[in-house]
Design a protein around this ligand. Sequence first.
Ligand code: ARG
Length: 590
Amino acid sequence: METLLQQMTKAAGKAFEACGMDPAFGKVNLSNRPDLCEYQSNGALAAAKQAHRNPLEIAEAVAEHLKDDPLFEKAEAVRPGFINLTLSPEAVAAYLNNRKDDPMLGAEPIGAGKTIILDYGGANVAKPLHIGHLRSAIIGESLKRICRFLGFHAIGDVHLGDWGLQMGLIIEALRDKEPGLPYFDAAHKGDYPAEAPFTISDLEEIYPAASARSKEDAEFAARAHEATRRLQNGDPGYYALFRHIVNVSVADLKKNYGNLDVSFDLWKGESDAQAYIPAMLAEFKKKGLLKESEGAMVIEVAEESDTKEVPPCLVQKSDGAYLYATTDLATIVQREQDYHPDEYFYVTDKRQAMHFLQVFRAARKTGLVGEKTIMTHLGFGTMNGKDGKPFKTRSGGVMRLEYLLEDVAAAVYERMAGSDMPEEEKRRAARIIGLAALKYGDLSNQATKDYIFDMDRFTSFEGNTGPYILYTIVRIASILNKYAAAEGGSADALPDTILPAADAGEKELQRILCGAGEVILSSYTEKAPHKLCLYLYDLSNAFNSFYHDHRILAEEDPARRASWIALLAETKRVLSTLIGLLGFEAPERM
Ligand code: ARG
């Protein structure tokens, strides 16, 4: 199905054509002056330039045609050549009635037949999930859901950091603690124990202690480096230990991501790409794309049009070691082999922007990906505390995700103090609302910007917050239930025909509802979940002022009352679908 904006664009295109011009001039946009009109088309300006004519004259001629179109109540040419458009209430209601069975809310399945790999999460094995990984998980999960909604075969890969020095540090710390373990016995034959010699809580102690020790104890640091090197060269005992570390860690990560309602299709890591590196580098070399620079191997990726310096992509150090970029390139080799995606999408801290620019260019230059493959890095800003510095716990440490979730749920619970909900339901609702507060608080900011984590503001039931959106949904659900109870029907079989709006407030609510498909499409093309938030906030505000101005259940005209119920049900459907795309859900009550 088409979005209403597409229908308007078509109508305007026809009007341009009828005036002897290219229909492509007919693009219609949401008005950026909502006080003057709902939509506008600026094509007359470009058309006039091309034809050396007066733009206002063209706009007037086109508007004249649009006036007869039942889509519009008003079509008006204004200086210097804009066409201001206002939809007719009939067209708005007709669009909604037409769309009522469309699960895509009017958006076309632009992803059908296409595969996209979403690389997000990016947790590092054996290190606890912390705030730094929060944004990647939240943003990536939302984009994955948006892509799926639009028909993509969307594959989420957590891309674990599992191939670094933390492994050597843990191995050596473990050796000091339990030197008798078979993993350290070079003479050991056969299989290693299936059971890990540590639990997740052990690991959580071992790693930070070993990391701190390596900064003071040079001998220990050297051993950890050596152990890392031996692991990477395939030492069987170390490799068996490595598998234990990964397994124990992944089980814990799954639980934590699960609490965030974030999931992955693939649990691959940097280690999985290592096997692809030697052949990949040999191929680069054969193609003459590797250059030696001070003993290291690099791929030149600078381009003439660069306005800032783009250093060569370093793929092998002089001591033979591989780097972060090498692993990312090899991961592309692996993904091409397994999925041949049309699109790659990475979500990390924006400080990695240069890394991804280098990797993308190297992947293109070496032909790892085709020319048409889309590669995007979304670099997000920092989540800061109220002091404007990266968010920390009260004691100044790095905040662990699970504690943060608990804190947010506790703050919501406090706000619900007056509610007479049974205790257990209240606690459950507080967790659901807390997650919405956290995710919406994050996603409502443009991803690239830093933002301030403000517990009071994020958990407020009023204003541009997750709880406010949920509150709107819960409020609608309760009206629908009351209606169903009063009319003796069920909340699943409500009236579903919407009449043309009778006043401006109702028209505004109906009109905003029409835009859902459009906003989902642009949240994908611009990789911008914050657009969904903006829309949800507008829609919730439009609903709440409509609710304030109309006595829905007490309305005497049964046809009008039924239409309003249909309008409410549609509002709820749109709100619920969109919060699902953001990655959270509404409680039954709040
Ligand atoms: N583990 C990395 C980190 O903590 C993020 C990985 C992102 N993905 C990638 N393909 N490089 O910074």
